[in-house]
Design a protein around this ligand. Structure first.
Ligand code: SAM
Ligand code: SF4
Length: 333
């Protein structure tokens, strides 16, 4: 008999939030993510087709209780057909909440079509509002394209427009207050993310990482932060009201204040592997199974088994911690 249950693990967590990587390729080279020369990109025949992505998202939504689908990468907007994928996922029933995490290159053109296709929201990654620091951090001179992309997303109604920022010691760690002010002035919701050991170069060290405590200290030089009233639930960001609100700022302290106990995420890589955690060392190959003719029920069962084996936490603090062999850009951040 086929099970009809959702994606539950041994620790009682249920995954309802699916991150789908549309590609491992990217047009920036953020130093905390990938090396200047890029990576060995997956060959095209090893990447899920648009039809395969829509089929797997359909199984997740219709059989497995997924309620939110976020497209990411690599850079999801470099994938041809991203608008079509969104449009087809918006036809699913029950209709999932649809969002994209993007560096916003190309968003100036795509925001309108994506909103029309049914996209609900965007998260844009922007670590600085100085174009020279942007170039130093991403190795590309594209700051103004990101600004235009953000404005287009806002104009297209992809709200709330969220901005994700990573601080790097000696590069932009003195810029947190000005980035927050810039976002407040435009009505964007800013979230700082602690740097995680997920870069392809394996350059992360705990000593170099800017901690949530350091971020608070820096923001407190210009703003008064008080814990926001909304319950956090499974959201990774701890939210704070800025100067009494209603504007907020978030801090995602994945390393110093892990939230694994409340995690509701599961990931699908561009080559069709289910990962039950960013830091998982095992994957479950849905692409091969699908190409060998597996039914929707069989794929759903494989997916359930993959989630069942999720570990209780990422274990970054354990002496036995091993960085996953795939970098963030190939997993889907
Ligand atoms: N290219 C898109 C973008 O940059 O938004 C989507 C993929 S990117 C891997 C997703 C998010 O992961 C971005 O917000 C990025 O800042 C973040 N990220 C990448 N490497 C990271 C790391 N080592 N630690 C923490 N966040 C990281
Ligand atoms: Fe590309 Fe996003 Fe990684 Fe930056 S963080 S290199 S934009 S995938």
């Amino acid at each position: 008999m086929t099970s009809t249950s959702g994606l539950v693990d041994r620790y009682g967590r249920t995954a309802t939030d699916l991150r789908v990587s549309l590609t491992d390729r990217c047009n920036l080279r953020c130093t905390y993510c990938m090396p200047a020369e890029g990576l060995d990109w997956l060959p095209n025949d090893k990447i899920l087709t648009n039809d395969e992505i829509v089929r797997l998202v359909g199984i997740a939504v219709e059989h497995l209780g997924i309620e939110e689908v976020r497209f990411t990468g690599g850079e999801p907007l470099v994938r041809r057909g991203v608008t079509d994928i969104v449009a087809r996922c918006a036809q699913l029933s029950p209709r999932p909440d649809l969002s994209v995490t993007t560096n916003a290159l190309g968003l100036a053109k795509l925001a309108g079509p994506l909103a029309e296709a049914g996209l609900d929201r965007v998260n844009v990654s922007l670590d600085t509002v100085r174009s020279d620091t942007f170039k130093e951090l991403t190795l590309r001179d594209r700051f103004h394209d990101v600004v235009a992309g953000l404005a287009a997303a806002d104009a297209a109604g992809l709200r709330p427009v969220k901005v994700n920022a990573v601080l790097m010691r000696g590069v932009n760690d003195d810029q947190a207050p000005e980035l927050l002010q810039w976002c407040l002035d435009r009505g964007y919701e800013l979230r700082f993310i602690e740097q995680m050991p997920l870069d392809a170069q394996h350059g992360w060290t705990r000593e170099q990482m800017i901690t949530a405590d350091e971020i608070f200290e820096s923001l407190a030089t210009r703003f008064v932060l008080t814990p926001a009233k909304e319950p956090r639930g499974s959201a990774p960001a701890e939210l704070f009201a800025v100067d009494g609100g209603p504007a907020t700022v978030g801090v995602i302290a994945s390393v110093t204040r892990p939230f694994c106990g409340d995690c509701d995420r599961v990931r699908l890589t561009a080559d069709g592997q289910v990962r039950n955690c960013l830091f998982a060392r095992e994957e479950s190959d849905l692409m091969t199974a699908m190409r060998e003719g597996a039914s929707d029920e069989e794929l759903a069962d494989r997916w359930r088994v993959a989630v069942l084996g999720k570990r209780p936490g990422h274990g970054i603090d354990d002496v036995t911690f091993l960085q996953p062999s795939r970098p963030m850009s190939a997993i889907g951040g």
